[in-house]
Design a protein around this ligand. Structure first.
Ligand SMILES: [Zn+2]
Length: 379
């Protein structure tokens, strides 16, 4: 049952967020090409966001926010996609070079002992991030379409921001964390997968099938042990990007470790668009933290039948909603405006999240509220 609860816990956040974010679009993605960097955060884009945003209160409105999702799903104010003319060196240079090894790379049989919490352990040391661009039933990454290329670049940009954020926040706890994520530098971190048999937006309901497909893909194509060895990586995490159509409302979520998991691979499923909104870098960081053990610390009606992890209570969530705790596991939008940010991350890793990802060995919050120990506490 833990497995189901974990998936849902991640999903619910983004269902909630979908009513609290900017309107993103393909056009936005082109302004974020990695080679153009922050300088292209144009006022035009900001103005567009301001016009179309469905800003809502960032705290204290969790449950009502969640309920707004239904009406938000009929929102059709997304700008039509435009043809993009930016040169995208990524596809020019590497689209034919990603490795595809038919022979397979099965996980070592003793992985449960070696990686007792899955492929991601504590948030510390060197962390390799494998990126998998997955074609599914409703969205492909066909590189001849410039919109797809722009979105691929958006993922690159967002992943970099998320990794930088996690490194910077970890340093506040005197921990050195470095991410190896740049697939332009290391082609073995980049893959393309055919998942046309499934709809990735349905991962909440179809996780058994989809997890299995991705795990099998990883076994067949990704030399995870080689990556660990070559980069002396302490952890490996896997990002799966869905090129979600504008009318898709599938939330991002994470397959994090649970006891009895068949494979060690921990996977962040990123829907690049949800309900006409481009997914921001903060969501990348939020999902990545799940792989290291971070629980969600928000509450929605969806928890009627599922409890939060580690014994975290609704009373606690009510309190942090009231005081506006700016933890990335609670909110992923700008707390000042209620809008998604596309060129920065406004959150922090506060003491509760730091503890559950292993950045610290204790947390005043966890002690005070009597929550369960971190998975890293016994290591
Ligand atoms: Zn989550």
């Amino acid at each position: 049952m833990k497995r189901i609860r974990i998936v849902i816990s991640c999903i619910a956040l983004l269902l909630m967020l979908s009513s609290c974010s900017d309107q993103g679009s393909f056009e936005d993605a082109t302004t974020a090409l990695p080679w153009e960097a922050e300088a292209t955060a144009s006022t035009e884009e900001s103005a567009k966001h301001n016009e179309s945003s469905t800003s809502t209160e960032n705290s204290g409105g969790i449950e009502s926010n969640a309920s707004e999702v239904v009406s938000a799903s009929t929102d059709s104010s997304m700008s039509p996609g435009e043809e993009h003319t930016e040169f995208d060196p990524y596809y020019e240079e590497t689209s034919e070079e990603y490795p595809f090894h038919q022979e397979g790379y099965p996980a070592p049989e003793d992985w449960p002992e070696r990686y007792p919490h899955g492929s991601a352990g504590r948030l510390e040391g060197t962390i390799a991030v494998v990126s998998i661009f997955a074609d599914d039933q409703f969205g492909t990454w066909d590189a001849t379409d410039q919109k797809n290329r722009a979105r691929n670049s958006r993922a690159y940009y967002d992943l970099r921001l998320a990794c930088d954020f996690l490194t910077t926040e970890s340093a506040k706890y005197d921990k050195t964390v470095s991410f190896l994520w740049d697939w332009m530098e290391h082609s073995e971190l980049y893959y393309e997968a055919d998942l046309k048999a499934v709809n990735l937006a349905n991962v909440l309901y179809d996780y058994g099938t989809i997890d299995q497909m991705i795990w099998t893909f990883i076994e067949q194509n990704v030399d995870s042990e080689g990556i660990r060895k070559r980069y002396q990586a302490d952890s490996v995490i896997y990002m799966v990007y869905a090129n979600s159509p504008a009318d898709m409302n599938g939330p991002s979520c994470t397959r994090n470790f649970y006891l009895g998991m068949e494979y060690p691979y921990e996977i962040c499923y990123i829907q690049m668009n949800q309900n006409d909104r481009e997914t921001p870098p903060s969501v990348f960081a939020h999902e990545m933290l799940h792989t290291f053990g971070a629980p969600d610390i928000y509450w929605t009606d969806i928890y009627t039948n599922y409890r939060l992890e580690y014994g975290i209570t609704k009373d606690y969530v009510k309190q942090i909603n009231k005081n506006g705790l700016n933890d990335i596991m609670r909110i992923t939008w700008d707390p000042k405006t209620g809008k998604y940010l596309y060129h920065s991350i406004a959150q922090e890793i506060t003491d509760i999240t730091a503890y559950y990802v292993g950045l610290t060995d204790e947390s005043e919050t966890v002690k005070k509220w009597g929550f369960e120990p971190s998975q890293h506490a016994q290591q």
